[in-house]
Design a protein around this ligand. Structure first.
Ligand SMILES: Nc1nc2c(ncn2[C@@H]2O[C@H](COP(=O)(O)O)[C@@H](O)[C@H]2O)c(=O)[nH]1
Ligand SMILES: [Mn+2]
Ligand SMILES: [Mn+2]
Length: 476
């Protein structure tokens, strides 16, 4: 233990470790991580070629494919390696927050109608298909332009672009490196929410902890209604990840790289296949930004239909959009030297501090908004980036509460009818295409989001700003 929220697995714990593992968690959250392969996976990550400083484990971490979900690894931009498993299957899965100028009193009487409208307008569910169809040629434009493609096609407002990480577009996307099968899946699923942990939630501001940050985000105080959207790159990104995991296995065999776990599969940045992956990964990231932007447009439309007013007068502004499964080229200080590094954030949110050039001017005095959803029955947090996060976690913070219970265990424990009744008695309405998903996503299947927010705050990764609580949830 370094302090009550910082722990370390020293570099000499295993012969092949290149750097220590840094864990940011309370003792209780750390204890939970000891129950699965989270820490073992983090030790495996610490053996990566070119890894810098430490392999980071965030407070919400749990085991994932190769890398823990809730993990960060920064590798030297020339001598390092990139791992598709260090990004995850749902490339640029992420969260966006919209605000409204409606109060809970305005929304409560229309809540069912509003959820029904959203459910009707935003395609959701397993393998759900979009209302619009794009040609392969157009899909390549989506992959190149990201959120801008959506705005240029009438899905939203020019100013939305200012409130998204990277402006909703990674410029080095190369759709030529994306397989035909990924494109086929993508063409059918653009503008869809998906299923499982993806959701669209109407929230009410529960508590404000940082008035200045809240004000910068247009959050007036308790009772204000907000919208939280969580989805990613759908089948397009999933296929990119699967394709390149297979390719990386071949690269490793060719380069004679031996790994402690084959799920960690990576290739040296100098390899052509890794450059191809980066072009494909960025295409999927841009797809996801376009996807969340289109969904935003339909959410605005739903509010307009219910309230009979345009969404501008309803104040439906984008507060911020963050990615939490991505690899980015950034500059960070390591041992007093500024270095270019590829930062893998797998189930991790960028958390850049006040003053950072990458933070939009509207938030530059308070820090980048960090969005941490909890569960459909408990709450979610809006935090802001801190200077200390740059040194501690390569400017990263938690991305959720993190799973506590397996999907199978949740299904054994809960019955759909009882769960919906329980949520409704707490004032939370659910609209879902699959009863099974609702049960798998029961609030107690996730860790305590307040404990995760506290650990994130006290570890100096991000600062608590606003707590939200759910009013209505659309699940796929
Ligand atoms: N507010 C809500 N949060 C939810 C819901 N379902 C899941 N979650 C949280 O999201 C994070 C991120 O999930 P991931 O798939 O990207 O790892 C997860 O850790 C949960 O805490 C929901 O319905 N509402
Ligand atoms: Mn996802
Ligand atoms: Mn996600």
């Amino acid at each position: 233990m370094i302090d009550p929220y910082t722990w370390e697995i020293p570099k000499d714990t295993r012969e092949d470790m290149k750097v220590p593992v840094r864990i940011y968690a309370s003792e209780a959250l750390l204890e939970k991580m000891r129950g699965d392969r989270t820490l073992l996976q983090a030790v495996n990550v610490s053996t990566m070629m070119g890894i810098q400083k430490w392999a980071v484990v965030l407070p919400d971490a749990h085991e994932g494919y190769g890398f823990p979900v809730g993990g960060v690894a920064a590798v030297d931009a020339e001598e390092g390696a990139v791992s598709p498993g260090g990004v995850g299957y749902d490339i640029n899965c992420g969260v966006r927050l919209l605000r409204t100028n409606l109060s809970v009193e305005d929304v409560k009487p229309r809540l069912r109608e509003l959820l029904d409208q959203i459910y009707r307008l935003v395609p959701s569910g397993v393998g759900s298909e979009g209302i619009i169809r794009v040609s392969t040629h157009e899909l390549d434009d989506v992959a190149r332009l990201g959120m801008r493609w959506a705005v240029e096609h009438g899905y939203g407002w020019e100013r939305d672009l200012e409130h998204a990480e990277e402006g909703g577009r990674i410029p080095w996307a190369d759709p030529g490196k994306v397989s035909d099968i990924a494109k086929k899946r993508g063409a059918e699923q653009l503008g869809t929410l998906g299923s499982g942990n993806h959701f669209l939630e109407l929230e009410v501001v529960d508590r404000v902890e940082d008035e200045r940050a809240a004000r910068a985000m247009g959050i007036r105080g308790p009772g204000q209604v907000m919208v939280l959207i969580h989805t990613g790159s759908r089948g397009y990104g999933h296929q990119v990840c699967s394709d390149y995991l297979r390719i990386m296995e071949r690269v490793m065999a060719r380069e004679g790289i031996r790994l402690p776990d084959r799920e960690l599969a990576y290739g040296p940045i100098s390899a052509k296949e890794v450059q191809d992956y980066l072009g494909a990964m960025a295409s999927a990231a841009n797809f996801a930004w376009a996807n969340r932007q289109m969904i935003t447009h339909w959410v605005r439309e739903a509010f307009e239909k219910v309230y009979g007013r345009d969404s501008e007068s309803l104040g439906l502004e984008l507060v911020y959009d963050v990615a939490h499964n991505i690899v980015k080229l950034e500059e960070h200080e390591v041992e007093g030297v500024h270095r270019k590094v590829y930062v893998h954030r797998k189930g991790a949110t960028r958390s850049f501090p006040p003053g950072s050039e990458q933070v939009p001017p509207d938030y530059r005095d308070v820090g980048q908004p960090v969005l941490i959803p909890g569960s459909m029955g408990t709450g979610s947090w809006v935090m802001v980036g801190l200077r200390t996060s740059m040194d501690r976690s390569f400017g990263s913070a938690a991305h959720g509460a993190g799973r506590f219970m397996s999907r199978a265990a949740a299904k054994r424990k809960h019955r759909y009818g009882d769960l919906v009744e329980e949520l409704e008695s707490g004032g939370i309405l659910i609209r879902a295409s699959s009863k099974e998903t609702v049960v798998e996503e029961a609030p107690d299947a996730y860790k305590d989001v307040d404990a995760v927010a506290d650990a994130t705050h006290f570890a100096g990764l991000a600062k608590k700003a606003v707590r939200l609580r759910p009013l209505g949830v659309v699940k796929g």
